[in-house]
Design a protein. Structure first.
Length: 147
């Protein structure tokens, strides 16, 4: 069954929550997820307090279901890698997804991005990380948000 949820796209990884339409999310969305998980994603950073508030420092998106149709929203990199993301979220009919690219909410904050870039070497999700949705297959994936 295709999944809905929200996610971040950082350093070639898709991180967040995805589930079928009958399940419930652990977090309320991007900001709550990032604030609670930043310490797990950047475990060796001395700037964990600053990192927790960098909700909008990298590419992110969400897939929702509205009136029986799936909608994908996100930053430009989400659409560049939408095929991989949708496959990870178990969508087999990629052409049926409505893509909403012009959404003011999905912009990257320069100040948040600077903090993430400064801490990129500390990015190390734990082995078996429960919020790792998957990895982008695209050959350019290592360059997503790369330092």
């Amino acid at each position: 069954m295709p999944k809905i949820g929200y996610f971040y796209l950082y350093r070639g990884l898709v991180l967040g929550e995805s589930l079928d339409s009958e399940s419930e999310l652990q977090y309320a969305g991007h900001a709550e997820f990032w604030e609670n998980e930043a310490a797990n994603l950047f475990p060796a950073s001395p700037e964990t307090k600053d990192l927790r508030l960098c909700w909008y420092g990298c590419d992110r998106g969400r897939i929702t279901e509205f009136e029986g149709r799936f909608q994908l929203l996100g930053t430009p990199a989400v659409f560049e890698h939408s095929e991989d993301i949708l496959i990870l979220l178990e969508h087999s009919d990629l052409d049926s997804i409505i893509r909403i690219e012009a959404d003011d909410h999905y912009r990257i904050s320069n100040s948040d991005a600077k903090i993430l870039k400064h801490n990129a070497t500390h990015f190390c999700p734990p082995y078996g990380y429960r919020y790792l949705i998957g990895k982008i297959r695209h050959e350019m994936a290592p360059h997503i948000n790369a330092v």
